[in-house]
Design a protein around this ligand. Structure first.
Ligand code: KE4
Length: 439
């Protein structure tokens, strides 16, 4: 039995000083809202470095990391081969504003792994990837509506901010100010795992929906796997209705296996978006699909999209080296098995301590929802006790374990997490549940 990380009053004096300085010039002291810990309370972390499965804050406190840069660090932090590749490339300069062979190499690795992507365009964030895919879908189909799913998050482009998950769900923002009503009305929302609602919207907006965009495994309302037949049903409906299917694999791309999650569901998207892992922690994202569809994009077609740092050589090197490392035989099986044991252990600890909770997990993604009913969509996810999640988050942080600072996010297991780490996490969770049960 692994030793339980002891709960200790952690000193974060230097972190606090840095954060207070930051608050004066960074909005909320952060560059992305979820990092402000608004829904879990306590002081946001100031991280100084990462190594493998660990982060170290500005006060030298060591944290077992299940955020993993929101999924980007599947290999763990500062993987030697990736760090070496970045250092080498930096000697040659960091950005040229012209094409390099590195872009061709990373594009080749991805298109070989995901056959539905014949052509790809690199961008610098998942938001850019999904925004561009939506524009391409509208341009190619000459239709204006986009259908997304409640609780799914596809980045912060205007068309995706209604009833979105991730940071909006964390902060309880349903409709985002600043998005013109005329544009917001062009985004339709259906409950995840509900094909009937999708059929209904297609009959209501006949021949007007350009695309359906979906997370093949929802991870931004917390983890909600697709019900059996859901993705295949979406594929059938969109084909029949002349709409494109955009599968947003920014989180799931190269996470479940060396390819896209859609391939495990035997579904082929018209457009796939990628990010996070393909950049190995540097800003790389992408969208891709058939050559016929992608050739609508400038300079070949008239659907415009561009980016100063798109295909950045430093980021390409990090992505190439990361994907190279992910081809190691047995790597995914080991990661997914450790994640399975973690999920099982958490379920057992909940049962033993009498705390009501659901652990949704698939591959190396997991979320512990504090609710006694199954979580299959955003409505059921929102029934979770977010105050109890906040208490659990703080109890675990005091035991040196960094979970997502929101009930509506995922825990990510990396290749660096060991079986012993899993044991420690389960023991710390049991301790935390007991503390919660005591009030
Ligand atoms: P970025 O623009 O943050 O690189 O990617 C947007 C995006 C697109 N699609 C999916 C499925 C995503 O999960 C994301 C971003 N994920 C969140 C975490 N749930 C980013 C974390 C943050 O906002 O700080």
């Amino acid at each position: 039995m692994s030793a339980t990380p002891t709960k200790s009053k952690v000193e974060r004096r230097r972190s606090r000083e840095i954060f207070e300085r930051g608050e004066k010039i960074l909005v909320g002291g952060v560059n992305s809202p979820v990092r402000a810990f608004r829904s879990v309370g306590g002081e946001p972390l100031i991280i100084e470095r990462g190594s493998g499965q660990y982060l170290y804050d500005a006060d030298g406190n060591k944290l077992l990391d299940y955020v993993c840069s929101w999924g980007a660090m599947l290999l763990g932090h500062a993987h030697p081969a990736v760090t070496r590749a970045i250092a080498e490339q930096a000697q040659r300069g960091t950005s040229y504003g012209a094409t390099t062979e590195l872009e061709v190499e990373l594009a080749g690795m991805i298109t070989q792994a995901i056959p539905s992507i014949e052509k790809i365009r690199f961008v610098s964030s998942g938001t850019e990837a999904t925004m561009s895919a939506a524009r391409l879908a509208r341009g190619a189909t000459k239709r204006d509506f986009i259908l997304k799913f409640e609780g799914c998050y596809h980045g912060h482009a205007d068309s995706f901010l209604s009833q979105a998950g991730s940071g909006l769900a964390t902060l309880g923002i349903a409709e985002c100010p600043g998005v013109p009503q005329a544009l917001a009305e062009l985004t339709l929302n259906a409950p995840y795992n509900n094909l009937g609602a999708v059929e209904q919207l297609f009959s209501q907006y006949k021949d007007k929906i350009a695309a359906v965009i979906i997370e093949p495994i929802a991870a931004n309302m917390g983890v909600v796997p697709p019900a059996s037949g859901f993705l295949k049903g979406l594929r059938e409906i969109t084909k029949r209705q002349g709409a494109l299917l955009i599968i947003d694999e920014v989180i799931t791309g190269f996470r479940m296996h060396f390819g896209a999650a859609q391939q495990l569901a035997l579904v082929e998207a018209d457009l796939t978006t990628l990010g996070k892992i393909i950049g190995g922690g540097l800003p790389v994202a992408a969208y891709g699909g058939s050559a016929e569809l992608m050739n609508h994009i400038a300079p070949l077609g008239s659907v415009y999209q561009a980016g100063t740092l798109a295909g950045n050589p430093l980021a390409m090197r990090a992505g190439i080296e990361t994907l190279r490392q992910l081809t190691r035989p047995g790597l995914y099986d080991a990661i997914n098995e450790r994640a399975r044991l973690l999920a099982e252990g958490l379920r057992q600890a909940l049962a033993e301590t009498g705390i009501a909770g659901q652990v949704n997990s698939t591959g190396s993604l997991a979320t512990l929802f504090f609710t006694d009913a199954p979580v299959t969509d955003y409505t059921s996810a929102k029934r979770s006790d977010t105050k109890r999640y906040a208490r659990f988050f703080r109890e675990m942080l005091d035991r040196g374990i960094f979970l997502a600072p929101s009930q509506f996010e995922a825990a990510f297991v990396s290749a660096a997490h060991t079986a012993e780490n899993v044991g420690q996490t389960i023991a710390a969770a049991r301790d935390s549940f007991e503390a919660i049960a005591r009030g």
